[in-house]
Design a protein around this ligand. Structure first.
Ligand SMILES: Cc1cc2nc3c(=O)[nH]c(=O)nc-3n(C[C@H](O)[C@H](O)[C@H](O)COP(=O)(O)O)c2cc1C
Length: 140
């Protein structure tokens, strides 16, 4: 059985390129091997990540991510069982929230990731992906 999970967290330190690179390197390797796909949105001090795959894999990955000291205050904002992947093309797509909207210079003007429902958050992530905001998207 497959699930899709979305969580939100706060970065503990500055969200540097090196930090992102390190996270994505691990994610691409492990996720591709374990059939996990998803999107990592990052910026404005937060991480917002969608993970999808076999329930056992996603659950064990989430436990590891939860214990990662590079972020804190994790909130599980959405979890559902699925029959199809939404982000199946990516072992972990990367969307930078801070430079999404060139006009407002804000990714998500009313961005308060701790308030909207999981479905709303997913709709916004889909918009970002559809607008081609994915920065780094190797296929699994
Ligand atoms: C925001 C964030 C997202 C992460 N996403 C993934 C991921 O998708 N896949 C993955 O294998 N590790 C991911 N990691 C890294 C894990 O937290 C962890 O460092 C890694 O799985 C190695 O775990 P271990 O040191 O217990 O072996 C992420 C870390 C952070 C901070």
């Amino acid at each position: 059985m497959m699930i899709r999970l979305i969580y939100l967290s706060k970065a503990v330190g500055p969200q540097t390129g090196a930090l992102t690179e390190s996270i994505l390197r691990t994610a691409h390797a492990w996720n591709a091997q374990n059939g996990v796909t998803g999107v990592l949105c990052q910026g404005q001090g937060v991480f917002l990540q969608v993970l999808e795959g076999e329930r056992s894999k996603v659950t064990s990955l989430y436990a590891r991510i939860h214990a990662d000291r590079r972020h804190k205050d994790l909130e599980l904002i959405h979890c559902e069982s699925i029959t199809e992947r939404r982000y199946g093309d990516w072992s972990m797509a990367h969307v930078r929230l801070s430079d999404v909207d060139p006009q407002t210079k804000i990714a998500w003007p009313e961005f308060d990731p701790y308030s909207p429902s999981g479905r709303l958050v997913m709709a916004r992530i889909d918009e970002l992906v559809a607008k081609g905001r994915v920065l780094d998207a190797p296929r699994p």
